[in-house]
Every structure is written in structure tokens, then in C-alpha cells.
Design a protein around this ligand. Sequence first.
Ligand code: NDP
Ligand code: PYC
Length: 338
Amino acid sequence: MSDSVRLTLDEVHALATETFLANGGSPEQTRAVADTVTAAERDECKSHGLFRVPGYIASIRSGKVNAVAEPKVERLAPGVVKVDGFNGFAPLALEAGREPLVELAREQGIAALAITNTHHFAALWPETEALAERGLVGFAFVAAMAYVAPAGGTKPLYGTNPMSFAWPRGEGRPPLVFDQASSASARGEVMIHKRDGKPIPEGWGIDPDGNPTTDPDAVLAGAQLPFGGYKGASIALMIELLAGALVGDLFSFEASVVDPGDGGPPRGGELVLAIDPARCSAGGNPVRHAEALFARIVEQEGARLPSDRRYVARRRTPIEGITIPRSLHDTIQSLREG
Ligand code: NDP
Ligand code: PYC
């Protein structure tokens, strides 16, 4: 018997859906999370697809997450919309805020979406890509739990705090998107190395005594490192402030304190920004102008645009399907029993 299982994208969605419904997820929360998990598998973002389902379910079972929460949208200021996720998962709250954010950005040129009381366990590109598909420039920021040492320190304080940016390209082209942790790698990547019995690259983390190590177990017990030293640490710090203090939610170290240790998503907020390029430029067409830059990048051998790997996977996986380790498939199947 093979140690991996091949699934179509419909099977991925059905597996996630049945597992969430069996564990008390409302149809709306379930669909939103299943869409997010399936999108990650479709784009081969393995650290945030089905791999996360056991953690999502653990967080329902521990009582940390309200899997039937109904997000509430409210206008905080002329250019700011807020969504209270009422302790549910982030995807449904993000969906609830998306069109109001788009509308405000088109009206005013720039707008913000402040998300609070949610649990984010996904990649960030879906939030910004959706904005760029509607012709807007998008930014998203989310914190996590205390995983990453500040520059020069050895104890976890910041989350792996990703930020995503998306730019619309027009003429039928998918948006340019980057989505990156402010640590040298996402924690999910360290966990996948541990699961697969592989060492992690040097520079990803330190052990509990502060020594550099390539042992994923030691880094999970010690601290991850910011990417690029103090520069990544400052980005992690900015994201703590934007997705924590600014929107009125927790810092990563505070999320760690309230977390029951169920292995599921951190509690916290998120900030999403949208800018309408048509309302921002003093002249010319920003979207068309950007193409000159992108062309100069890809004309260099070995260079590519961020997101191109995902788009290649996105064309392939609907035909070939995806594979996951059999052990993960068995675990999720067993969670379906509720
Ligand atoms: P990676 O380092 O794998 O990739 C970061 C970005 O760089 C991607 O946009 C990627 O595009 C791009 N990229 C990679 N290689 C190149 C290249 N050679 N040229 C140009 N662009 C390139 O991601 P991370 O490990 O930092 O993060 C992985 C995921 O984990 C992210 O989706 C992030 O949102 C998620 N995460 C979620 C957290 C949460 O709290 N919810 C916390 C931390 C991380 P491409 O995808 O096309 O390869
Ligand atoms: O991979 O670092 C990560 C992560 C944290 C929360 C969700 N994903």
C-alpha cells in the first residue's frame, strides 16, 4: 500500500466539509474553511491545506473556537469597516468584510478592514488576491502566537506574522501576489520537516538554550528566527501593532497566554487594506505601467514573479489531483467520526 493518498480537489473539499460538519461546524463556517483548505491544496501550499485540519478540529473540540459563529460587519469610520468574528474561524469573517471593503476603497480610493475575534490558520494570499481580482491593490497582515525571537533575543515573542500584497494586472492575467512569513519560514514548514523526519535549513531557528540548530523539534521547543535578522524582526513588530493593537486585538504573546494548547489556530485579529489604483494615480495607468517592471523581472534567467509557482500548480492540480501522506488522510478520516 502506498504511503500517500491521491485526491481530486472535489474530494479535498468533501473531506474537509464532512469533517467540519461532523464536529459541529455550521454550514457557513464549514464552507468557508473548506474553500480555504481546498484553495491551499489546489495551489500546493501544503503547510496550510489539509495538514491544518486536525488543528482546526482540535480547536473546536477544546471549545476555543465557536464553529457556528456568525460574523458581524460594522462601519467604524468613513474608510474603515470592522468585522467581529465572534470567536469563529477567520475565513467567514474575511468573506463578510470583503465586499464592504471593496466598495469603500472604490468610493474613497483607500479603505481598511479590521477583523477581530477570529482564528487564522491559513495562507494570507486568498485575502489579497481576491482584492486584486477586483482591480484593487491589497495588503493583509496577521499575527499568530509567540514563536519567533526578536532580533538579538532568544525567547519566542512575535508570531510568524505573515504579510501579503497583491497587485491587479488586468487583461485576463492573474494578480501578482506575494505572501510571506516575517520569520525565516512559516511554522507549518518546520512542522512538516518534523513530520517527514527531515532537518530544517540553517538559520530557521534556535534551540531552548539559544543555540542555532537544524533539528525541527529543538526549534519548536526553542524559537524561530525572523528572516533577514533585524529587518524581518521589524516587520514582525509592525504586524503585531497592525493586527493586534490597531484593530483592538491580541499580540502574539497574549494569544499564547489564552491558548489552551490544542494545536489549533491562534486567536487574534487581522488588518486588510485596499487601494483603488484608478483613484490614486496623479497620471498614467498604474496597472499598465507595472507590466514594464514585471517584464524586466521575468526576462532575467532564473527570475520569476512571486505567485507564479502557485498559478502553475493551480493549472495542474484540477487535472492531476493532489497527494497527502496516508497518515494525515487516516487522521482526518478518524476525525470525521465526530
Ligand atoms: P515562502 O517563503 O514559501 O514564500 C514566500 C513568498 O515568496 C511567496 O509569495 C512565494 O511565491 C514567493 N517566492 C518564493 N520563491 C520565490 C522566488 N524564487 N522568486 C520570487 N518569489 C518567490 O512562504 P513562507 O514560508 O514565508 O510562508 C508560507 C505560508 O505560510 C504563507 O502562505 C503564509 O501566509 C503562511 N503563514 C500563515 C500564518 C498565519 O498566522 N496564518 C503565519 C505564517 C505563515 P509562490 O507562492 O509563488 O512560491
Ligand atoms: O505556519 O507559521 C505558521 C502559522 C501560524 C499560524 C498559522 N500558520
